[in-house]
Design a protein around this ligand. Structure first.
Ligand SMILES: [Zn+2]
Length: 158
């Protein structure tokens, strides 16, 4: 028994914030704005996990009006999303995710992101794909005003 889920997330890029992507802190002049650490990639994966079992979205489970989630490490949100699918008897088969941002280049950090995500989701790093693209300078991503992440996950009944 398989279930598939997709997730998408957006954040503004602003000065004076740290840039967290895939659970890794990346040196950059700007960071993502948000109630939590604003890790757009982990949020998209959370939404894909929740979506696969029609459990709503990240905002339902971890509201940005709650002090509990202020500046929270999104790895904790991913763990909690993962727990919601494991208690229902599912495991992760694989994750495929894409980041859409103009800068910085994330290639040097991809392997670490895969390791972080794979450890939380209890899969091998070969089961976690993290890709990146720019928008060829077009739109809000091209102007470096924000960034986007997309994720797809496949779940299997244990
Ligand atoms: Zn988010």
């Amino acid at each position: 028994m398989y279930r598939i889920g997709s997730g998408i997330d957006f954040h503004q890029l602003v000065e004076g914030r740290d840039l967290w992507l895939g659970g890794v802190k990346i040196p950059h002049t700007k960071g993502a704005l948000g109630h939590s650490d604003a890790d757009v990639l982990l949020h998209a994966i959370c939404d894909a996990l929740l979506g696969a079992l029609a459990l709503g979205d990240i905002g339902t489970h971890f509201p940005d009006t709650s002090q509990e989630f202020k500046n929270i490490d999104s790895k904790i949100l991913l763990e909690r999303s993962f727990n919601l699918i494991t208690i229902r008897g599912y495991k992760v088969v694989n994750v495929d995710a894409s980041l859409c941002l103009e800068q910085p280049k994330i290639k040097p950090y991809v392997q670490e992101m895969q390791q972080v995500i794979a450890a939380i989701l209890q899969v091998g790093i070969e089961d976690v794909s993290v890709k990146a693209t720019t928008t060829e300078k077009m739109g809000f991503v091209g102007r470096e005003e924000g960034l986007v992440a997309y994720a797809t996950v496949l779940l299997q009944k244990k």
